[in-house]
Design a protein around this ligand. Structure first.
Ligand code: GSH
Length: 207
């Protein structure tokens, strides 16, 4: 099995989940601009990591289905609560949707402003607005984490791997992570985790 990522990208979330699962996998660390090269576009036509190539050659893309696949393939790692009925577990599904559909895209205009507009002053203005939107979205998670160690309470799950990526990205924004005390404490907990340490080291990231 092979996971494609570039340093610090959202693919760090499935990378951490694979570590937590004890999966046998290989990391293919590429450069961000390689995601638009023809060879990569054959794997994922939208030019984005993560891409997970399974041992039978099947290709999986997008953070959420990859995270769910890991949690379901390695049930002993208990990376998601048991499914007891239709739509269950709702909190997991709700937060996966919010992370991938709202918080993750809120960062994009901040980091990839050059894709939206050429003018440098306009880029600065877009970044100000984008940072405000990230703050609005992250504050929801900050309030949710009040009194919780992990997104789902006391059980670590695939959501925590994804949230950790946002906390790392937030360090690049004007409002320091220390102004989100619950998220800062969560980041410290994650930094102390062996699986997180293995993934960040493999991606060439410091802590
Ligand atoms: N909806 C996609 C979003 C993935 C995504 O935004 N990937 C970013 C890294 S965090 C990427 O590869 N960007 C490369 C680019 O846009 O050039 C998913 O869930 O995987």
């Amino acid at each position: 099995m092979k996971l494609y990522s570039f340093t610090g990208a959202c693919a760090l979330a499935p990378h951490i989940a694979l570590e937590w699962a004890g999966a046998d996998f290989e990391l293919e660390l590429i450069k961000r601009n390689e995601t638009r090269e023809p060879a990569f576009l054959k794997l994922n036509p939208i030019g984005k990591v993560p891409v997970l190539i399974l041992d039978d050659g099947a290709i999986m893309t997008h953070v959420n289905p990859i995270l769910m696949w890991i949690a379901e393939t390695y049930p002993d790692a208990r990376l998601k609560p048991e499914t007891k009925g239709p739509g269950d577990p709702y909190p997991l599904r709700r937060w996966l949707a919010e992370f991938n559909g709202d918080i993750h895209p809120a960062f994009t205009p901040y980091f990839l402003t050059f894709r939206l507009i050429d003018d440098k002053d306009a880029q600065k203005a877009v970044k100000v607005k984008a940072a405000q939107e990230v703050d609005f979205q992250l504050s929801v998670v900050e309030r949710h984490m009040d009194g919780r160690d992990w997104m789902l309470g006391d059980q670590k799950s695939i959501l925590d791997a994804y949230l950790y990526v946002f906390c790392r990205w937030a360090e690049f924004l004007p409002k320091p992570l220390s102004e989100y005390p619950n998220l800062a404490a969560f980041t410290e907990r994650m930094n102390a985790d062996a699986g997180v340490q293995a993934a960040t080291k493999a991606q060439g990231l410091g802590q």
